[in-house]
Design a protein around this ligand. Structure first.
Ligand code: 3PG
Length: 211
């Protein structure tokens, strides 16, 4: 199945911040146990590339990508480590172009019509909408979607179990991103059963909302 189709089917891409590399594999397994087969490990910590590498090697059913990618060098490093997709908080032409040239799925952050136009011109059909709640949430995405009818959005930032359904039920939403299923606090405390349960709950909310 094509990457974006698989993302749409799964409906959620957790944003994961790994502070200690040994937490990466158990976190991936907990997400997977709850029914989530995507994770975005953010390039915000020193061990991010190693964390991606371990998940890619040890949890083959997990599709691991890199998030918070700010430049081409980070994208290269992440993909070399085993990242199979790239997410950026904003639209970097060099990152998007490098990913397209190397056939790596890429989801840049776009919150304005001009950014979405640029993403479209680069050939993209899915963009991240970050920070979603600050930039107007589903109301803003609907207004943008009315104009950019073939663009799909990945809202991230302020999405959680309480408002997840509002996003998931809309056709213009490819998937939802967020950290609530595996917060830094829960990962550090090794609350892997909790992470698995929150993942399962999120998957159920998405399935219900899409009915
Ligand atoms: C991030 O990049 O940190 C994400 O957007 C997560 O946002 P959240 O913590 O509000 O889910």
């Amino acid at each position: 199945m094509e990457f974006m189709e698989k993302v749409k089917k799964c409906g959620i891409v957790p944003v994961v911040v790994i502070e200690n590399v040994e937490d990466a594999v158990p976190t991936a397994k907990a997400l997977l146990g709850g029914g989530i087969c995507f994770m975005e490990i953010t390039f915000r910590t020193a061990c991010a590339a190693d964390a991606i590498s371990q998940v890619a090697k040890e949890v083959p059913d997990m599709v691991v990508g890199a998030g918070t990618i700010l430049n081409k060098e980070q994208a290269e490093k992440a993909v070399k480590a085993g990242a199979s997709f790239i997410v950026s908080p904003g639209l970097s032409e060099e990152v998007v172009t490098w990913c397209i040239e190397n056939k790596i799925p890429v989801v840049p952050g776009c919150v304005t019509p001009s950014e979405i136009m640029k993403a479209k011109a680069l050939g993209l059909s899915v963009v991240k909408f970050f920070p979603a709640q600050v930039y107007g949430g589903m109301k803003a995405i609907k207004a943008l979607s009315a104009v950019f009818r073939d663009m799909l959005f990945l809202p991230t930032g302020g999405v959680n179990a309480d408002n997840l359904g509002e996003f998931a039920k809309e056709k213009c939403i490819a998937a939802i991103g967020g950290s609530w299923v595996c917060t830094g606090k829960d990962i550090s405390a090794h609350e892997f059963t909790k992470i698995e349960n929150l993942s399962r709950e999120a998957v159920e909310i998405i399935a219900e909302a899409r009915k």
